[in-house]
Design a protein around this ligand. Sequence first.
Ligand code: ZN
Length: 297
Amino acid sequence: MKTTENYLIRSNDNKIKIKRVIETTNRGTLPLIPNATPDNLKKIPWLDQTFLSEKQGLEIVVQLFVIESNDKIIIVDTCIGNHKDLTYLPWANKQSKFLEKIQAAGVVQTEVDYIVCTHIHLDHIGWNTTKINNVWEPTFPNASYIFSEKEFQHAKKYENKLHGNIIEESINPVIKSGQAMFISPPYSIDNNVTIIGTPGHTPGHTSVVVNYNNLNIIITGDMIHHPCQIACPDWNSYYDFDKDLSIKTRRRILEKNAGQNSILIGSHFSGSSFGQIIKDGDKYAFDILCENYEQKD
Ligand SMILES: [Zn+2]
């Protein structure tokens, strides 16, 4: 099954396609990056207004990505979900039409092969499950749900109560149905798509890398939340668990991808969410690509 042609990025032979579906946008109300004050943000000359709210706060989207590779459908992260018991009240007990939105993007729930959760936080695992007749059921009945084992162990102990009831609502049902896979990164889903370790935001945090011909793409997860952290990799998110490791990982990934023609897709970046990392001396900048990217020959 192929999804519709409304792609974000695709290879020139159509063998790799990536699209996204946005669940919600947060306009600067989250206490996300303490250093990102309006005054500090003004010092980043290339920071596009797309990434800022009207009050010069950080614009953040919650979205999932659909990768088509080798005729398989892989979804990266499943956003917030409906009817969830969450401590962050603006996202608790949502009753949105996001599933319909996913379907409108051409995704048939029964035909999804893999769900990759970059980490176990409330805005990355929610649509793993759907409440049907008061029971949490896997939203994608034929998919394998892939989690980092280290992440799961951490989340059970630390994140669960912090976020609400996320293990019981969004993870345990897919374990019960036999659909959960616990891996240690790096882990390749196929010859194009690999899950890599990018720890710091959480101990078992992962990102997803797509390598196909000359196309090199990284979907960040929350190792970076906002483009301002490309200019200032030392700016941590309020939610980064290990601040030092977060900075180290961010610097490592930026350095690896800078000037390499790689495409970085920021999981929470607004606008088209993707671009290239430019290196300028010891600083990095972000070059936003056009909305739909088709690989050139
Ligand atoms: Zn997140």
